[in-house]
Each structure stands twice: as structure tokens, then as C-alpha cells.
Design a protein around this ligand. Structure first.
Ligand SMILES: *Cc1c(COP(=O)(O)O)cnc(C)c1O
Ligand SMILES: [Zn+2]
Length: 377
């Protein structure tokens, strides 16, 4: 049913992956030891959703996917405002409007299979919407803890799926503390800590490689907050490399906003842990993680595969967001962080893929341009 072994990151103890436990007795978070060696033929003839990569996922055929048709997003060649050509991975075109549906679908499928009826989760918005939607699909009850300052449209989306929303005053970390108190009694389906969530986001790497005719792109760029996108990409490309399905690791570029850049600073300064920072206001609400829980692991993995963490100024994010919207690409500002970063570093040799992670419809409360004219009669 569930493949692989769960291992405590703190004490090294093993846990049965069929046990409905989200952390070890010692309080440590869990890692999943699972190294699939899929072959290309394994993926033939299965649906166009991410479930076509089931042979590479730690769930067996008897697990019934909780699906809304996630994955299978287009890869579109576009010319950036600065003139560079790139491939845009349209992962904002997912059932709830962000790439988090990949993780939520896989994580909730396992929990449903284990018989869990109710979960709690904390999120700045998009992970909450994804978990709420997949819980609704699975007829599971869910409560999402969010910072009270989260964008209103994101809160409305979470409650529209029937989830209970608990607004927590203070920074993003305050919602994380509040959910841990609730997690004493209810299963914590935390997207930042559940290793099955990253098993879902890793399908992005499989899908990109298949869309390119079973080759890795030279460069892949995306935004970075708590690391579920970047860790998923690294995990996926590592497996593809080990299985011999690609011949080299792409150059992975992760971008933060300079207003909240604990990982970019640690990377630059050669530190093993996220740097303690005082975040300032940012348009990129979806990656405003000042103290990413998996920070140490993200830095380790990034260095292991030669990826890079960079940061961009708020002005650059705002400009990229506007300039791409008038080219027809409506994303939320958080997703524009990687577009801004790629513009700053200029055209790269070889194929460059930018993963756009969240839909522009998520932030219609923040109008992208001021060209609206009200006509009164
Ligand atoms: C969550 C999110 C990210 C970043 O993902 P992390 O897992 O926090 O690094 C990027 N863009 C959007 C739109 C998101 O919702
Ligand atoms: Zn332990």
C-alpha cells in the first residue's frame, strides 16, 4: 500500500509508513526513504494527470487517488519582456490555481487510504486552498490556520471548499505555532513537513523531462519559501538521473524576495541554517517564510546538487509581474519572483524553464495595472 520507510530526522528511528503518524515519538519530523527506479515504459498509457507517474510514487495501485485532474500542465515557449526566450511551465493552471495541488493530491490520497477523517494544516493561502479542496474531494474534514494578514481572496477560496479557517494574528510563524497546538488531537497534514507532499511536487520534474522528450532542461527556475517546490524538483531530477532517464542534473535556480530572504542569505554566506532576518512587507505573500522549518535540509540539498538560491528586489518583482501580464501571462506576484530573477540574470545558455506557481486570479485584490477606467452615466 505505502512504499518506502519513514525515518525520524532527529533520532533516526524507523516508523511503519502505514501508521497514521506525522512525527516520531521523540517529536522529530519524518523523512521518507524511497528510491524508485522507474523506466520510461512504466509511464505509458496512463492518464494525463500526475498519476501517470504512479510507478515513481510511494503508493501502490490499491491506493485510490484523490484527484481533481492535477498535473499535466502546458509548457509554453515565450519571449520574456527583456527579449530572452524561455519555456514557461504553467503550473498556475491547476485545479485550485497553484502547483500545491500536486503535493496535496498525493498527501491526501495516502491519508484517505490510511482512514484519516480529519486534518489540520497551516498555510499562507495556497497550500491551504489545495488541502481544503482535496479534503473536500475525499470527504475529509479540515481546518486551516492562516495568518490574519493573508490575502482575502485566498481566505475566501479556502472557506469556499468548506474548510474551517482559523485566522491567527501576527507573522506566518504564529499560525505555525497555533496549528501545532491543535495537532495534539488531530492529524497534522502539514505541507512543509509531510514527506508525501514533496512526493507530489516532484512530479513536476518527471513531467518537464517527458515534455522535453526525455531530456533535462539546462536551467529550471522557481520561487522559494518553505521549499516544497525546490525540494520536489531536486528529488524528482535526482531520481530521474539515478534511473538513467536523464544524463545530467539541470541547473536549479531558486529565488526569494529580498524582503524575506533567510535562505538566499544563508546560501550566499555559506551558512548551514537559515539566517535570522526581520522580514519586511512583500508582494510575494506566498513565500514570506522567515523561518522555514526545513531550512537546513533545503540548504544541504541545494548544495548537494549545485543549485543556487538568489534574491530579487520588490521593484523587480512588481515590474516582472506587470510586464508578463501584458504579454498575456497572469500570475500572482509570488510566481513573478522567479520571472523577475531570470530577467535580472539575463539569457542563459540552453533551454531555460521557469515554473510559474500561482494564478493571477488569486490576487485580483492587488490590481496589476492602473489602466482601468470607470465610466459613469
Ligand atoms: C507555496 C508557493 C511557492 C513556494 O513554495 P514553497 O514550498 O513555500 O517554497 C511559490 N509560489 C506560490 C504561488 C506558492 O503558493
Ligand atoms: Zn525520533
Amino acid at each position: 500500500m505505502v512504499k518506502g520507510r519513514l525515518i525520524c530526522r532527529r533520532c533516526g528511528g524507523g516508523l511503519n509508513p502505514a501508521a497514521p503518524r506525522w512525527r516520531c515519538e521523540c517529536g522529530g519530523h519524518l523523512d521518507l526513504a524511497f528510491s524508485p527506479r522507474p523506466r520510461r515504459e512504466d509511464f505509458k498509457g496512463v492518464s494525463g494527470t500526475l498519476w501517470r507517474y504512479l510507478p515513481a510514487l510511494p503508493l501502490s495501485d490499491e491506493v485510490e487517488p484523490v484527484t481533481l485532474g492535477e498535473g499535466g500542465t502546458p509548457l509554453v515557449t515565450m519571449t520574456a519582456p527583456g527579449g530572452a526566450r524561455c519555456l514557461v511551465k504553467m503550473d498556475h493552471l491547476q485545479p485550485t490555481g497553484s502547483f500545491k495541488d500536486r503535493g496535496a493530491s498525493v498527501m491526501i490520497s495516502r491519508l484517505k487510504h490510511l482512514g484519516i477523517r480529519e486534518v489540520v494544516e497551516d498555510s499562507s493561502g495556497n497550500a491551504g486552498a489545495a488541502v481544503a479542496a482535496y479534503c473536500a474531494r475525499a470527504a475529509m474534514k479540515c481546518t486551516i490556520y492562516v495568518p490574519a494578514s493573508a490575502p482575502r481572496a485566498k481566505l475566501a477560496q479556502i472557506s469556499a471548499y468548506g474548510a474551517q479557517v482559523v485566522k491567527v494574528e501576527g507573522p506566518r510563524e504564529a499560525a505555525a505555532e497555533a496549528v501545532l497546538r491543535a495537532a495534539d488531537n488531530v492529524y497534522y497534514a502539514g505541507h512543509c513537513v509531510d514527506p508525501f507532499f514533496i512526493q507530489g511536487t516532484k512530479t513536476l520534474a518527471y513531467e518537464l523531462v517527458e515534455q522535453l522528450g526525455w531530456r533535462a532542461p539546462r536551467t529550471v527556475a522557481g520561487p522559494l519559501g518553505n521549499g516544497t517546490l525546490i525540494l520536489g524538483l531536486i528529488q524528482g531530477f535526482t531520481e530521474l538521473l539515478e534511473a538513467g532517464l536523464i544524463s545530467c542534473m539541470p541547473r536549479i535556480l531558486a529565488f526569494q524576495s529580498r524582503a524575506c530572504n533567510p535562505l538566499a542569505r544563508a546560501y550566499r554566506e555559506g551558512k548551514p541554517e537559515p539566517v535570522k532576518i526581520e522580514p519586511t512587507a512583500s508582494l510575494a505573500d506566498g513565500i514570506a517564510a522567515a523561518a522555514p522549518l526545513l531550512g537546513r535540509r533545503i540548504l544541504e540539498e541545494v548544495r548537494r546538487v549545485g543549485a543556487e538560491i538568489l534574491d530579487v528586489k520588490e521593484d523587480a518583482i512588481r515590474n516582472a509581474w506587470r510586464r508578463w501580464a501584458v504579454l498575456g501571462l497572469s500570475v500572482e506576484p509570488t510566481a513573478a519572483v522567479a520571472l523577475a530573477g531570470m530577467e535580472e540574470i539575463g539569457e542563459q545558455p540552453g533551454e531555460t524553464v521557469v515554473v510559474v506557481t500561482g494564478h493571477g486570479l488569486k490576487r485580483l485584490d492587488q490590481p496589476v495595472s492602473s489602466s482601468t477606467v470607470d465610466v459613469r452615466r
